[in-house]
Design a protein around this ligand. Structure first.
Ligand SMILES: [Zn+2]
Length: 448
């Protein structure tokens, strides 16, 4: 069905793209490490200075009870050292340089994969200035956003305990490292987000310059993958959409409108993320496109390189969580009608496991699988499992709660199993949950 030469060319192309991705992943790792290091080192240094200043300040006071005025004063000292002005002063240089480098990694990764040199022009330098401003803004904001609360809470607790100034000095000196460590976690997260976001914005430039029109979302799938990344994995998104989203975001940054920036590039709630699982790509909200989709997000986009041919189209529809057209469904069914068991051993194993009691003989089991694929009164679904497109043929007889299901690996045209079961068609392990196709009632007359 697939043109062999085209398929081979696609495989070669994919392989060379992967090699490029791996190489640039190393450049990315190095820069990412440097950014995180810069953030946390600046914070560590500022935290040490803050502790010293705060303790000096306390020692200068006469012995007596720790008062609310002392607490307020200490917070002022801490803010002077750990607040926005102090930290963005320390980080200004590294943030500007590393933002530039991370943006270039994103652009270059696309350029190298596409065999195009990405030369930066005025729009890129304008964008870069805004991204640098944005990355510094979040550092500026960090005291208010998080660290202020950590230290304020501790001082309030001490105050509530009715301490003397001498007690406070000791307790604060003891507990400060743990409090500072909490603040450091926030800086790691901030650096992670800045690095990822910057690289992804650079990648958009790469797509634009290389003339790539569509990208595919590629999540890192394992037990830690978030709901949103699972639900967006594999979708094919227009580059124009990513450019628009980046434009909206940077416009908001230019205006200093934090709320608009957040809504241009949100971290969707769990509920919203869940709902996206069954939403067709074309119906996704306009502000969902570019990763990162949340903190510590490992999802990226890659240029979409269709292998050509019908299977690639069906796969794209499944990844976009859309049913095929009736015409495509007919072609899919025809494609699956010629499927056979990959090998006799696999077939016998499935027969032993869930076929013997119901179908009696191996021949009857095979005939039932073929019949289920071909007959008109069954339903057809597409799902993605383990990165492969599967067609699920199901039939429920009236009066029975269980149903028969035959699974065909679409690209390989392999029948993988036939069994009778109850419950949902797709499990949590399916990358794309089963999508019902418009099949019933049409295949009967088409196949005659
Ligand atoms: Zn993610």
């Amino acid at each position: 069905m697939l043109d062999a030469a085209a398929a081979l060319a696609a495989v070669i192309e994919r392989r060379s793209v992967r090699e490029v991705l791996i190489k640039d992943a190393e450049a990315w790792d190095a820069l990412y490490g440097q950014l995180q290091d810069a953030y946390t080192r600046a914070f560590d240094k500022a935290a040490q200075d803050a502790l010293k200043d705060a303790l000096d300040r306390l020692r200068d006071l006469p012995p007596g009870a720790f008062t609310q005025a002392d607490a307020t004063h200490m917070l002022d000292v801490l803010e002077g050292r750990l607040g926005g002005a102090a930290l963005s002063g320390l980080l200004n240089g590294p943030v500007i340089n590393l933002t530039d480098a991370l943006y270039r990694v994103g652009a270059a990764e696309v350029g190298t994969a596409a065999g195009v040199d990405i030369a930066f022009g005025r729009p890129d330098f304008d964008a870069l200035k805004l991204i640098q401003k944005d990355n510094l803004h979040w550092i500026d904001n960090s005291w208010n956003a998080r660290n202020n609360t950590i230290f304020r809470k501790a001082l309030e607790d001490y105050f509530g305990d009715g301490m003397s100034r001498a007690d406070l000095i000791q307790r604060f000196a003891e507990e400060f490292p743990a409090l500072a460590a909490k603040g450091k976690v926030y800086f790691e997260l901030l650096a992670d987000h800045a690095a990822t976001k910057t690289r992804e914005m650079g990648r958009v430039t790469g797509y634009e310059r290389a003339g790539i029109e569509y990208v595919q979302v590629r999540a890192h799938l394992d037990h830690k993958t978030s709901a949103i990344c699972r639900n967006l994995h594999g979708r094919v998104i227009a580059v124009r959409r990513l450019s628009d989203q980046r434009g909206q975001y940077l416009d908001a940054v230019r205006r200093g409108d934090v709320d608009a920036a957040k809504s241009a590039w949100p971290w969707p709630s769990d509920k919203a993320a869940k709902a996206m699982g069954t939403t067709a790509t074309r119906d996704l909200p306009a502000n969902i496109g570019n990763p990162p989709y949340h903190g510590r997000c490992r999802t990226i986009t890659v240029a979409y390189l269709p292998t050509g041919g019908a299977v690639s189209e069906w796969e794209r529809a499944a990844y976009d969580r859309e049913p095929l057209s009736r015409k495509q469904t007919t072609a899919l069914i025809d494609h699956c009608k010629t499927a056979s068991w990959r090998n006799a051993k696999g077939m016998a194993e499935h027969f032993d496991k869930h076929g013997k009691a119901l179908w009696g003989s191996l021949d009857a089991y095979n005939a039932a699988a073929v019949d289920l694929i071909r007959r008109a009164d069954r339903d057809v679904h597409l799902a993605v499992r383990g990165g492969r497109l599967k067609a699920l043929f199901t039939r429920t007889e009236t009066g029975r709660r269980s149903y028969e299901m035959a699974v065909v690996d679409v690209l390989g045209q392999d029948i993988e199993t036939l069994h009778r079961r109850r419950g949902a068609l797709s499990g949590a392990a399916d990358t794309v949950q089963a999508i019902k196709q418009p099949a019933r009632g049409i295949s009967k007359w088409l196949s005659k």
